[in-house]
Write a protein of this length. Structure first.
Length: 257
């Protein structure tokens, strides 16, 4: 059944504009109505590797699709090339939808694309999406915050563009200051991250949860400890995309909350 969005008075998707849209953590049911509106209007969709095909299939007939997937450790389009492609398509007069997994501005390089569009004089809009760090824990039945365990949470990426740990992350400060750590792109460097956190004072037996393919039919959740997280993830065959969470809050999953 087609959804009638007209009563919502959604903004016009003007010709020659670019919308940077978050498609959410994966499940099409978690797509926002504004994102769906963009899909129904776009002439060109430039989409990431983690965008579910079922979401792409919601686009209007005749919409042109342009793959721009970036996956760690695999040949991928360079970010300047993607930004230039957005500018090129917009200057042709199309309504350009840049469709990204999660939220465009949370470890999604949407900020870089917005800067490039601004510099080129291209009109753009940002449409938020549910970010994986929130969705993965919710899908696993774990509250992101709870007054009995944590009133703060820190989001951090575990993977830099070169494949190593991000150089601008102070892991010692995070270890001391964040009761709950939610780590995006955690798998490749999980052992290094665990050793950094333990060296900074986090307990070896501190609970960790790893959620792979969050919100999708293939979702997997494993519970482990900081010391054993990397080995347990490898033993279980956990694959990217995956989010890891470190902290006492993780235990609330077993409490059935």
């Amino acid at each position: 059944m087609e959804i009638d969005l007209s009563p919502l008075d959604l903004p016009e998707f003007a010709a020659g504009a670019v919308w940077l849209v978050g498609s959410g953590p994966g499940a099409p049911s978690l797509l926002s109505l504004l994102a769906l509106h963009a899909l129904k209007q776009a002439d060109d969709i430039v989409y990431d590797a983690l965008v579910d095909k079922r979401i792409l299939d919601l686009a209007r007939p005749g919409c042109r699709r342009h793959y721009a997937g970036k996956r760690g450790g695999k040949p991928s389009p360079q970010q300047p090339d993607i930004s230039n492609r957005l500018i090129e398509l917009a200057r042709r007069g199309g309504r350009v939808l840049r469709l990204k997994g999660g939220d465009p501005f949370v470890f999604g390089r949407g900020g870089e694309e917005a800067q490039a569009l601004e510099a080129a004089g291209i009109s753009y809009r940002v449409v938020p999406g549910i970010t994986a760090g929130v969705a993965a824990l919710a899908a696993a039945g774990i509250p992101l915050t709870h007054r009995d365990t944590n009133s703060a949470v820190s989001f951090v990426t575990g993977y830099a563009s070169g494949g190593g740990l991000p150089e601008d992350v102070d892991w010692e400060a995070l270890a001391k200051g964040a009761p709950l750590l939610v780590i995006y792109m955690a798998l490749q460097n999980l052992d290094k991250i665990a050793r950094r956190l333990i060296a900074a004072g986090r307990g070896r037996d501190e609970p960790v949860v790893i959620v792979s393919q969050a919100t999708l039919p293939g979702q997997r959740v494993i519970e482990t400890t900081l010391e054993n997280a990397a080995a347990d993830a490898k033993r279980a065959g956990i694959e990217a995309p995956a989010v890891a969470a470190v902290g006492r809050t993780v235990r609330l999953k077993r409490a059935g909350l």
